[in-house]
Write a protein that binds this ligand. Structure first.
Ligand code: PMP
Length: 341
């Protein structure tokens, strides 16, 4: 094994069946993985059912999907790359950019996979604590060096749900030659996007969240033009299946489904936040989840009552993250939470 292979791996949220079996429960609600509770567009599911070419390899150009994404994002198709989720895109970028000892700047608390990849690539993690309301601060600029290869900025951040000052993000990008990776996994739920187009900025998005396609593993990113050929040579040849590509295209053709889900989730987010504020220390969110602080052990206690939420200790912060579910799921969570507080 390479010396930086560790045994610490990403721990996903528990599944509904697992929890039902563990505690002998009939009703379990999962609000732990930031999924779209309404699922994928019916047109996407129809497309999935039609697919029979399982024996054929995908066409690795993903041209049609990139063209549809150009219509959706306004980004040029030639600069869009497709990967197995944002996770897959990150993995390729690390393979391209990171040599042993290179520095990767990660503002914490945040999504753990950044740190896992940095360690797997023998990088030096430069961990920066976020400031007030979990926003990144100018401190990042002081930490940039010749060895910095990658600066990661999620927008909105997971698990805290906040966005950043766009002016500061631009200033950071202009202060370094390193690649600045803007992770917009939850952008459809936010009031604004960054759309920063510089020669060292990569913006990544996913169809796992708002589009309800988490299981298909479709991520995409806009790269600066000069980086595209390097990305193609570092990526696995067929990161996404044709089945996934077709379903993604059908989802983009039924954009109203996604917009409608996002509207419902945003309206539920606002109701849930209002209720949570009365009970715990809740933080406003621009994503499809809410971060809050409460007593220790709460996630475990809720689990026993059939509600799966995320304990954020593994993100490096004490607190909890609850995904905004359907109205009845959110009510069930609030009812169980009230019983425990
Ligand atoms: N970035 C962030 C901030 C996330 O929270 C997640 C999913 N939990 C991802 C990326 C990974 O998304 P994908 O399903 O596209 O790999």
């Amino acid at each position: 094994m390479r010396e930086c292979i560790e045994f610490e791996t990403y721990i996903p949220g528990r599944s509904i069946d697992e929890v039902k079996e563990l505690y002998g429960l009939e009703k379990v609600v999962k609000l732990a993985s930031n999924e779209n509770p309404y699922g994928a567009s019916p047109r996407a599911i129809e497309e999935l059912r039609k697919f029979t070419d399982l024996h054929r390899y995908p066409n690795p150009e993903y041209r049609e999907l990139r063209e549809r994404l150009e219509e959706y994002t306004g980004w040029e198709a030639e600069r869009i790359v497709i990967g197995a989720g944002i996770d897959g895109i990150l993995e390729t970028l690390f393979t391209m950019l990171i040599e042993k000892g290179d520095e990767v700047v990660i503002p914490v608390p945040t999504f753990q996979y950044y740190s896992i990849l940095a360690r797997l690539h023998c990088a030096k993690e430069i961990i920066v604590q976020r400031g007030k309301d979990f926003r990144i601060t100018e401190q990042i600029i002081d930490l940039l060096s010749e060895k910095t290869k990658l600066v990661i900025i999620p927008f909105p951040n997971n698990p805290t749900g906040n966005i950043e000052d766009p002016g500061l993000v631009k200033e950071i990008a202009e202060s370094t030659k390193a690649i600045v990776f803007l992770d917009e996994a939850y952008i459809e739920f936010a009031d604004m996007n960054l759309d920063l187009d510089l020669e060292n900025v990569v913006i990544a998005r996913t169809m796992s969240k708002a589009f309800g396609l988490a299981n298909l593993r479709i991520g995409y990113a806009r790269l600066p033009e000069w980086l595209v050929k390097y990305y193609r040579s570092a990526s696995t040849p067929f990161p996404v299946s044709t089945l996934a590509e077709r379903v993604a295209i059908a989802s983009l053709e039924d954009i109203d489904w996604m917009k409608n889900c996002v509207e419902k989730i945003k309206s539920e987010r606002s109701k849930l936040f209002g209720e949570l504020e009365k009970l715990v220390e809740a933080y406003p969110s621009q994503a499809n989840f809410i971060f809050f602080r409460s007593k220790d052990g709460l996630a475990e206690e809720l689990l026993r009552k059939g509600v799966i939420i995320r304990d954020c200790r593994s993100f490096g912060v004490s607190g909890y993250r609850v995904t905004v579910g359907k109205p009845d799921e959110n009510d069930f969570f609030l009812q169980k939470l009230k019983e425990l507080l």
